[in-house]
Design a protein around this ligand. Structure first.
Ligand SMILES: Cc1cc2nc3c(=O)[nH]c(=O)nc-3n(C[C@H](O)[C@H](O)[C@H](O)COP(=O)(O)OP(=O)(O)OC[C@H]3O[C@@H](n4cnc5c(N)ncnc54)[C@H](O)[C@@H]3O)c2cc1C
Length: 463
């Protein structure tokens, strides 16, 4: 029988980040089981032009940089820290497994295997089942059930003869079509629209089915590094001031938009969605050139002559190419305690910082015995969906950071961790910079009123 200290189900970004931290901080043995043939989870199924939407500095594992932390000099991300491509991320995780994890002699990896339950897993090829004696814990690194268009069937009907593809096939299929219909309003759809525009499609040749418009995080506000430090903390100040001063939920979003925290593609539409997607103003400008946006709810059926949606229909033409971008990326499901006896469920504890969250969970697992204490420091955050989830995340994040602030050693560990941006920070204290001081004073001044007013606004959600 196989034996290990930690059995990790899922060698995606979260499982890899968790394991990397355990390798650094403990002498534990780890056994990975994953249905994919390579580490990296959903990145193995991604379209070739996918990139991170956040700087690479915040992604991957603690022990190794992803990319070279360059600032892009060209393209829509010009002036901002680089965004790893899907291929880079796959290579990063594959090399991490091959160069660090397996040579450590403490990691075993079983690809192409499905975990069933009770410490056993089955090979997808041979059907052989193996049992594992787990001395410490089973770690569920599959909670987000990440879904991308290439691995799922759309929920709507498609008539014979209609050409519908996942974004993965776009580069090979696009040239034989002259009109393109993008289905979905999320980040994948934005990536597809950008790809079409950047590769020469005229905005007028693109139709875009957007069931819900989205608020988007302005990439300007998420940059790590000294050069952006005051803009980074300035964004925090502006968010708190918006929360403190907003007279209603609608007013809050107005204030967040006015101060450049949140962006939207069409200023005449009030978004009802927030998935935490991050975007640059240059992308917003390009996407805004697509005028044929269909806002008639979700697609129900695509026929050769018409497309039927919840709230109406539009005509189809013979040479239309439909691109399905309706997969939900990460599943929104009820959170559960992260530490529960001999199991750990990896979840998000800092908004949008998935890999960092897994590293913090591993650090607490390595340094603290008491599950109640660990769960106190790691309340899981619900993945956002509706616009108003921005408020709930803001409140939850503030509460977590407050809890962390009372633990000096955790604070110190976080301040030095690569996934918290430490590699790009040359100075930990900016107390001598008058501009930083002024921003910090704004944060202090707004904090308490922001907290009270946020509670008041949250009580109005759904009214
Ligand atoms: C297009 C896209 C772009 C993104 N960009 C960013 C970004 O810029 N920054 C960011 O922080 N996040 C980003 N995310 C969010 C991203 O989902 C998470 O960061 C992270 O990659 C999720 O990793 P995971 O390990 O939870 O899941 P997955 O990647 O889905 O990995 C889970 C693994 O578990 C395996 N598995 C599942 N069930 C079983 C089973 N029963 N037995 C064995 N194996 C099993 C699967 O095969 C899979 O390999 C992006 C997501 C998408 C889809």
């Amino acid at each position: 029988m196989l034996k290990t200290d930690y059995l990790i189900v899922g060698a995606g970004a979260l499982g890899m980040s968790f394991a990397d931290q355990l390798l650094t901080e403990t002498d534990s043995k780890i056994l990975f089981v994953d249905k994919h043939h390579l580490p990296g989870g959903h990145w193995n199924d991604a379209y070739s032009f996918v990139r991170l939407h956040q700087p690479s500095a915040f992604y991957g594992v603690g022990s190794r940089d992803l990319g070279s932390n360059r600032i892009d000099e060209t393209g829509v991300n010009r002036g901002y820290y680089e965004l790893a491509s899907g291929a880079e991320i796959q290579t990063y995780f594959e090399r991490l497994m091959r160069e660090r994890f397996l040579p450590s002699g403490r990691v075993e990896y079983f690809p192409m295997c499905e975990y069933t339950d009770n410490g056993s897993f089955t090979s997808l090829l041979s059907g052989e089942t193996q049992s594992v004696e787990v001395r410490r814990k089973v770690v569920d690194a599959t909670f987000f059930n990440t879904s991308v268009p290439s691995t799922r069937t759309p929920k709507y009907e498609i008539a014979d003869g209609v050409k519908l593809i996942a974004p993965n096939s776009l580069p090979t299929e696009v040239a034989t079509h002259s009109r393109y219909t993008i289905i979905g309003g999320g980040k994948t759809a934005m990536d597809v629209a950008m790809w079409l525009l950047q590769n020469g499609a005229k905005p007028g040749s693109i139709r875009w089915v957007v069931p819900r418009d989205s608020w988007l995080i302005n990439r300007e506000t998420t940059q790590p590094g000294d050069a952006f430090h005051n803009r980074f903390i300035g964004a925090k100040a502006a968010q708190l001031e918006s929360c403190a001063n907003a007279t209603s939920i609608a007013d809050l979003f107005d204030l967040l938009e006015q101060s450049g925290q949140l962006l939207r593609i069409d200023k005449s539409i009030t978004p009802t969605m927030y998935h935490g997607a991050t975007i640059a103003q240059a992308e917003i400008d390009a996407l805004g050139t697509i005028r044929n946006v269909i806002r008639k709810g979700h697609v129900q059926q695509i026929g050769l002559e018409k497309m039927i949606l919840d709230d109406g229909e539009v005509i189809s033409e013979a040479n239309d190419l439909y691109i399905d971008c309706t997969a939900s990326a990460i599943a929104r499901r009820p959170t559960r305690p992260i530490f529960a006896g001999n199991s750990i469920t990896l979840q998000m504890i800092r908004a949008g910082l998935f890999c960092f969250s897994a590293a913090v969970i591993a650090h607490l697992e390595s340094t603290t015995d008491d599950d109640a204490q660990k769960n106190h420091l790691c309340p899981p955050l619900q993945a956002p969906d509706a616009d108003t989830d921005w408020l709930l995340l803001m409140k939850a994040e503030t509460s977590i950071l407050k809890r962390w602030s009372t633990d000096a050693s955790l604070r110190q560990w976080i301040s030095q961790h690569r996934l918290g941006g430490a590699n790009l920070r040359s100075k930990l204290s900016d107390s001598s910079d008058p501009q930083s001081q002024a921003i910090r004073a704004r944060i202090k001044a707004a904090s308490s009123q922001a907290s009270e007013n946020l509670d008041r606004l949250i009580s109005q959600i759904g009214n």
